[in-house]
Design a protein around this ligand. Structure first.
Ligand SMILES: Cc1ncc(COP(=O)(O)O)c(C=O)c1O
Length: 400
């Protein structure tokens, strides 16, 4: 026994055997090193595999204009701003990006954070104070949950997509107290769409404020990839629209768009912005160019939906339970966690990379594998993936 093992604080780490067991039996599916850029195919252990786990929905992380913009910014500004947005870390390219994003999601103003996770921490913890309330869909992203934990407000949850339950929650809250309904526009693991029109109706009825997280919906929903608020035509009724650059915009970073006064408030009170270094210029420039490409080249969005429809219809035909997905995020219900691990490893052996989703991210016995489509996939690649999915699904008796 090493002396460290005796520390009560460290004991849990030494007893954390699940990962060691999975590694030993060869079914550990996390932190798989990729030896290439992440496109429709990637290299793992020297072998080409189809990538069905990337969130680069429009494939813009490899678009020549986006790469060129990042290179130019690297030459002009270097690798880091060496400070917080609040003090010495705001560049003209941040402001240009904010203008473009506000225009995209049809809000007066936007402010950029260094990641989407930090954006959700910053918005919720600064906006919701003591004596106020946050009402969350149970399957909201972890960054919304963490932002809520950081705020001084009281957190209430409603069952996933259950608007009757949401209304019950709202009904009992004091009419004149601040109430934030925060919801994912597209649920990141399930691929479900938030029923925003009904949510904003309920918010109006009960004097609540709505914030939507467009992380997986930017570049996916709306005529030009503006997100779910614009897709449903409710952008005026959603007070805060947040998004990330780490998915369709081929970069990293996050933003929130809202009325001028709300953005001003958030950017002066968000500790996750003020006390963290700003987004490096190459990332800001890449996101900016990606927004432009996305609005000027609709073929990427068309291709994404073509691929999504092709994959979803074929999976349904094969008898997989695709969990009611309506978007390029397509989960397959596989049951026990072990099945998710086995599917992941066997599919990789057959040349397909997918992500496993296990408890507690989903209920026990409700493990998923998560497929995400991008505009970069060809019909041939999708058919090849389907063949591997069918073989593996039959082998593990997920389908007959
Ligand atoms: C719904 C949702 N919100 C926020 C985030 C955080 O975004 P980022 O990757 O930019 O930190 C993610 C990313 O995983 C997400 O899926």
């Amino acid at each position: 026994m090493t002396p460290q093992k005796k520390h009560p604080l460290l004991e849990k780490a030494y007893q954390f055997n699940t990962v060691r067991e999975l590694r030993e039996n060869g079914t550990y599916p996390y932190f798989r090193p990729i030896e290439s850029g992440v496109g429709a195919e990637v290299t793992i252990q020297g072998k080409q595999v189809l990538m069905l786990g990337s969130n680069s929905y429009l494939g813009l992380n490899h678009h020549p204009r986006v790469i060129e913009a990042a290179k130019r910014a690297l030459d002009t500004y270097g690798t880091s701003c060496a400070g917080s947005r609040f003090l010495n870390g705001t560049l003209d390219v941040h402001l240009e990006l904010e203008e473009e994003l506000a225009k995209l999601v049809k809000k007066p103003r936007a402010v950029v954070f260094s990641t989407g996770f930090l954006t959700n921490l910053g918005i919720i913890s600064s906006m919701v104070g003591r004596g106020e309330f946050i009402i969350l869909d149970k399957l909201n992203h972890a960054s919304i949950i963490e932002g809520s934990r950081l705020s001084f407000g009281k957190v209430l949850k409603y069952r996933h997509l259950d608007l009757k339950h949401l209304e019950e929650r709202l009904f009992w809250l004091p009419p004149n107290k601040g109430k934030l309904i925060a919801v994912d526009g597209i649920f990141s693991m399930e691929g479900h769409l938030a029923p925003l029109p009904r949510i904003v109706e309920l918010a109006e009825k009960y004097n609540a404020t709505v914030m939507v997280d467009e992380a997986h919906a930017l570049g996916v929903m709306g005529p030009r990839g503006e997100g779910t608020a614009v897709h449903f035509g409710v952008e005026d009724k959603v007070s805060m629209i947040m998004g990330t650059f780490s998915k369709s915009l081929g970069s990293i970073g996050g933003f929130v768009a809202a009325d001028d006064e709300v953005v001003d408030y958030i950017q002066h009170l968000s500790r996750s912005m003020i006390f963290s270094a700003s987004l490096p210029a190459p990332n800001a420039a890449a996101a900016l160019e990606a927004v432009r490409v996305m609005t000027e080249e609709p073929e990427h969005l068309d291709r994404l939906w073509h691929n999504t429809r092709r994959m979803k219809a074929a999976l349904d035909d094969l008898g997989f339970d695709t969990y009611g997905s309506e978007t390029p995020v397509i989960p397959i219900l596989v049951g026990e966690d072990e099945n998710a691990f086995m599917m992941t490893i066997k599919l990789q052996e057959r040349g397909v990379f997918i992500n496993p989703v296990i408890s507690p991210a989903v209920p026990q016995g409700g493990a998923l594998i998560r497929i995400s489509l991008t505009a970069a996939h060809s019909d041939e690649q999708i058919d090849r993936a389907l063949e591997a999915l069918e073989q593996t699904g039959r082998e593990l008796e997920i389908i007959n």
